[in-house]
Design a binder for this molecule. Structure first.
Ligand code: 6PG
Length: 246
């Protein structure tokens, strides 16, 4: 059982996206080469990763019909709301990739936040062995300026949640307030976690996470039997590059 962390810095988003696409392609083809009913199970995050993935995923040569897209966290809003992470991926990926809406494992936004979390666990369990902690093939994560990831925020009680895979939150400091989120046991059971963080505004929090090793939520994603890669652009890595040789 081991965990490894790699920090990769790129001169621009295109080169960052090429690396992410290469890694996802290798993982997906490894999984899909198992044949049979194998599907590639990937968890997506909202925010800036949506655009980056929309630009880099089309570079991948794969059997897209075997991909299933889950959400590491999702806002509890209707699918016609601009804040819906699913809607953002739907609008940016369908048409650019030969995939359908049914390949997205979506929340039910008509439910309460508590019910939506339980409903999502049920939907997920169709794709994973029963009574076992699900192991995602890949999770694409972001981190906010406060060091949150998914909808796990610094100091929030959900950071200590270990009894459920997916939890509700109704007081998200990042709007909208009602969300569901993967919890750390699920995140840390993944095979590959890729954090994408770009732009000078992320430089300070990345220093706190990757150099100062503060126990912020994003720094607690350390898969027990998998790898985590931080994919940064040069402005985001500025405070790392000045003080450490990367
Ligand atoms: C969400 C995201 C969230 C995001 C971070 C970073 O739905 O809000 O899942 O966790 O990844 O807030 O967002 P940016 O990359 O846009 O800064």
């Amino acid at each position: 059982m081991s965990s490894s962390r790699v920090v990769s810095v790129f001169e621009n988003n295109q080169k960052l996206g090429e690396e992410l696409a290469k890694n996802l392609s290798e993982l997906a083809n490894d999984v899909l080469n198992e044949g049979g009913n194998a599907v590639f199970k990937i968890g997506l995050s909202g925010g800036s990763t949506v655009t980056l993935l929309a630009e880099c995923l089309p570079k991948i040569v794969t059997d897209w019909s075997k991909w299933r897209f889950f959400f590491c966290d999702e806002r509890l809003v209707q699918f016609d709301d601009a804040e819906s992470t699913y809607a953002q991926y739907r609008d940016k990926l369908i048409g650019r990739l030969p995939i359908t809406k049914d390949q997205f494992i979506k929340i039910n936004p008509q439910l309460s936040v508590n019910e939506a979390a339980n409903d999502y666990i049920k939907k997920m369990s169709v794709y994973f062995a029963p009574y076992e902690l699900p192991r995602f093939d890949a999770l694409i994560l972001g981190t906010g300026p406060d060091g949150h990831t998914c909808s796990l925020f610094p100091g929030h009680k959900l950071c200590e949640e270990t009894s459920v895979w997916v939890a509700p939150i109704s007081d998200s400091p990042k709007p909208p307030p009602n969300r569901i989120t993967f919890t750390f046991p699920l995140l840390n059971n993944a095979r590959y976690c890729a954090f994408v963080a770009t732009g000078a505004a992320k430089a300070d929090i990345l220093k706190r996470i990757l150099k100062d090793n503060e126990p912020l939520p994003a720094n607690r994603v350390q898969p027990t039997n998998g790898s985590v890669q931080w994919l940064l652009d040069e402005p985001a890595a500025k405070l790392l590059q000045e003080e450490t040789s990367l």
